[in-house]
Design a binder for this molecule. Sequence first.
Ligand SMILES: Cc1cc2nc3c(=O)[nH]c(=O)nc-3n(C[C@H](O)[C@H](O)[C@H](O)COP(=O)(O)OP(=O)(O)OC[C@H]3O[C@@H](n4cnc5c(N)ncnc54)[C@H](O)[C@@H]3O)c2cc1C
Length: 392
Amino acid sequence: MDFRLTDAEARFQREVHDWLVANLPSGWGTPEHPKPEDPAEKVRFARWWQRRLFEGGWAGLHWPREYGGRGATPVEQFLFAEEYTRVGAPPMIDIGVGPALVGPTLIHHGTEAQKHRFLPGILTGDEIWCQGFSEPNAGSDLAACRTRAELHGDVFVVTGQKIWTSYARFADWCILVARTDFEAPKHRGLSFLLVDMKSPGITIRPLVEMTGVAWFNEVFFDEVRVPRENMVGRLNEGWQIAITTLAHERAGSAPHARIAGEMRDVLALARRFGRAADPRHRQRLAQSFVETEIVRLVAWRQVTEVMRRGQPGPEGSYLKLLWSETDQRLKELALDLEGPYAALARGAPAAPDGGRWEYEYLWSRAASIYAGTSEVQRNVIAQRVLGLPRGA
Ligand SMILES: Cc1cc2nc3c(=O)[nH]c(=O)nc-3n(C[C@H](O)[C@H](O)[C@H](O)COP(=O)(O)OP(=O)(O)OC[C@H]3O[C@@H](n4cnc5c(N)ncnc54)[C@H](O)[C@@H]3O)c2cc1C
């Protein structure tokens, strides 16, 4: 990997920076314009911001131009993520399922009619999406999915339950993995459907996480009718489509730039609390700094892989494992630096940084679960990257 930027890449980097600074709301992130925290507010803001990105030509950064994207190279995507974090622009995770997962999946496997119908609304933020994959007994083993979709003429009738469905309360559409053949081997009887979340028969129950926020939901389907034209790929061949979605989820969720920004904030925290002079804390700060830098370099390595192969591969599992565990250690360090004040919850008057690190610490526990648990990533690395034999 040659880390030097070409002239064109350096120009791109400046262009991103200048556009973001000019287009973020004035006083963004300060008391004049605080960042929204309530989920509904966050989603409302994210929709507005997505429209702004679209109008500025930054939506669908990595999508091909023929589908309304910017066709950015992997290096440009990397530079965009770094500048985006550097200026503190709003994380797009709140409505990220559409641009990051659904768009690339449809571009790869969708019919022309599906692309025409759904891609524009994703780019503009007019339609937001959720991911209906996990079930109470089908998480890591997604192929154990039991939600049933029966074909009656040109309509699927869907009955079952999904769980941990982030943003379902706010979503207009859902990518759903459902079982269409109960006799076939489990990977061969699944289909991939696009479901209108306003359809009769859908019930959504929010689940409150340990952070106190309700992002998650249970979603119940009771004879929900889905037109056959909303199936992506062929009947009973949805597993391959879901694999495409998951590959984009693992590769795209790498928040190396965010973690680097948080590392800078943790260093500032250590100085404010007078901890930087203590050798034990210095040792851990240095360790975290090195780990953060390794995450950045491994993310660059992944960029090289994508440039060679055109799409993310199983090596993304290594990056996912590395960043999620680095992230958790960094948040643990932040709490240790704060000392007893760390126990104060977000919003408590005496909480350092407004309770930011207490919240971030709790939230970071999820990083080694979503987009595939650490154990599952280790299995992928062992079998598909290193080629090790399976245990008995
Ligand atoms: C913040 C967050 C957001 C999420 N958002 C969504 C969403 O929007 N849509 C969605 O569909 N899902 C979502 N999920 C669910 C997520 O994909 C699942 O939690 C994850 O796949 C793990 O599944 P599970 O919780 O059923 O755990 P299980 O699969 O039951 O795993 C339990 C434990 O067993 C281990 N284990 C399982 N299989 C193996 C194996 N073969 N080898 C070794 N160890 C194994 C796991 O690592 C884990 O420690 C989200 C989860 C989180 C935390």
